[in-house]
Design a protein around this ligand. Structure first.
Ligand code: SF4
Length: 438
């Protein structure tokens, strides 16, 4: 064993899992462990897994297998950890298995298998903790779990009911991130619009002032910090309407990530989706009236059990009218433990995939037209990456990793993390091209 006990870390899954990884890494550094960049240098490896769909389960099991082959001492955590029979069935030599957001249990397990150093280098830990994202943006997790029971989803059985973090704690974390140089805060959770419902919007304190644990108040406070604030996983509840003026006023980025999943009322009902009875098209129209530049991204599932040709056509017709900016689509595949598996009339996998591709092709024109409408306009971008071919940034309309980019071919003097004013000159299906102004 090396002098300073060293832990390797493999982080899989969604931004919520990334935040869990960051918490564990922060604790490890706080206690004086070293973080190894490779398997050989590590005395033990933690694998933070994803178990959302079967492909993610495979990927997680492969990652565990690789860590075992390369290092031999492996602790498993994250969503797949809820199914410890699956993990231990495939890899019985794993040292310990815990579920998601289980920082304490993971730390206890690490202490058992790799005792902590006597002299913690507490001062080596930056106050904002350790992050896996670039320095200029960070995810801010505001709650865990979910009160809904969408029939295709096993997240509530893995992560439990909604538990909102106290607003004072969330805002202090955001302040530390901003002090550390973060320029864009991405608000995440399973159901962002429900923030505070479980706490009955209890009054908390921030900077000595009372403030309600509610999304609107949270957004206003974040909006006063002088950084970009982007909302993910928002459902189209009536309460969301009140956030749109904050976007129009520049306090929040004019961007909403709303996972609609379908548009046919029959299928939405079978999916048990929240807010499915709302008149979504009318709501989108009003949002655009209040804030014309709002970018809306969404995801959809094709081939859900019982989906007929008419349901699918209803979905395409919704897309035609909604004219969303960015769309992702998944072909339905059964997830072990989801109640949708029991629904009648399963759609053959090939048909589900065919519909997924048709949907994406259908949307391609709409997304391209939405991007084309931006040619000639000026906007601010934040730069994520620079290489010899140009600088790659994002405007208010693009979230990291899931949306396209704004590419500035002439990158001379541009640095990662820089905010820059550009003029959009061209676009393709996903990305925009731009030149610097001023
Ligand atoms: S809203 Fe539905 S899909 Fe999202 S986490 Fe909750 S149950 Fe799952």
């Amino acid at each position: 064993m090396s002098q300073t006990p060293s832990v390797g870390f493999v982080s899989l899954g969604c931004p919520k899992a990334t935040v869990d990884s960051e918490r564990i890494l922060t604790r490890l550094r706080a206690e004086g462990y070293a973080i190894s960049a490779d398997y050989e240098g590590a005395d033990l490896v933690v694998v933070n897994t994803c178990g959302f769909i079967d492909a993610a389960v495979e990927e997680s099991l492969d990652a565990i297998g690789e860590a075992l082959a390369e290092n031999g001492r492996v602790i498993v955590t994250g969503c797949l950890g809820v199914r410890d029979d699956v993990v231990l069935g495939a890899h019985p030599q794993v040292l310990d298995v815990t579920g998601p957001h289980a920082t304490e249990q993971v730390m206890q397990s690490i202490h058992r298998h790799l005792p902590k150093p006597h002299d913690p280098f507490v001062d080596l830990v930056p106050p904002q903790g350790i992050r896996l994202t670039p320095e200029h943006y960070a995810y801010l997790k505001i709650s865990e779990g979910c009160n809904h029971r969408c029939s295709f989803c096993i997240i509530p059985s893995m992560r439990g009911d909604l538990v909102s973090r106290p607003i004072g704690e969330v805002l202090r974390e955001a302040e530390k991130l901003v002090e550390a140089g973060v320029r864009e805060v991405l608000v995440i959770s399973q159901d962002t619009s429900a923030y505070g419902v479980d706490l009955k919007y209890r009054t908390g304190f921030w900077g000595g002032r009372p403030i309600k644990t509610r999304l609107h108040e949270l957004c206003e406070a974040l909006g006063s910090m002088g950084v970009w604030v982007r909302l993910h996983y928002v459902y189209p509840y009536p309460s969301v309407d009140a956030l749109i003026p904050l976007m129009a006023e520049g306090k929040l980025l004019p961007y909403l990530d709303v996972p609609f999943q379908h548009a046919s009322p029959r299928i939405l009902k079978a999916m048990k989706r929240p807010a499915s009875s709302e008149n979504v098209l009318e709501r989108i129209r009003r949002w655009r009236q209040i804030c014309p530049e709002i970018a809306i991204r969404s995801t959809f599932i094709t081939g859900f059990p019982g989906e007929t040709d008419e349901d699918f056509e209803a979905l395409l017709s919704f897309l035609e009218q909604a004219r969303l900016d960015r769309v992702g689509a998944f072909a339905y595949s059964p997830v072990e433990g989801a109640s949708a598996n029991q629904l009648p009339d399963p759609v053959p996998a090939e048909l589900a995939e065919e519909r997924r591709q048709r949907l994406l092709e259908f949307q391609e024109d709409i997304s391209t037209q939405r991007l084309e409408a931006r040619i000639g306009r000026r906007c601010m971008v934040v730069i994520d990456e620079v290489d010899e071919d140009g600088a790659y940034g994002r405007s208010a309309g693009e979230a990291p990793e899931i949306d396209g980019m704004v590419i500035v071919p002439d990158a001379a003097g541009i640095e990662v993390g820089q905010m820059l004013e550009v003029r959009i000159t061209d676009c393709d299906v996903h990305d925009l091209y731009a030149e610097r102004v001023g």
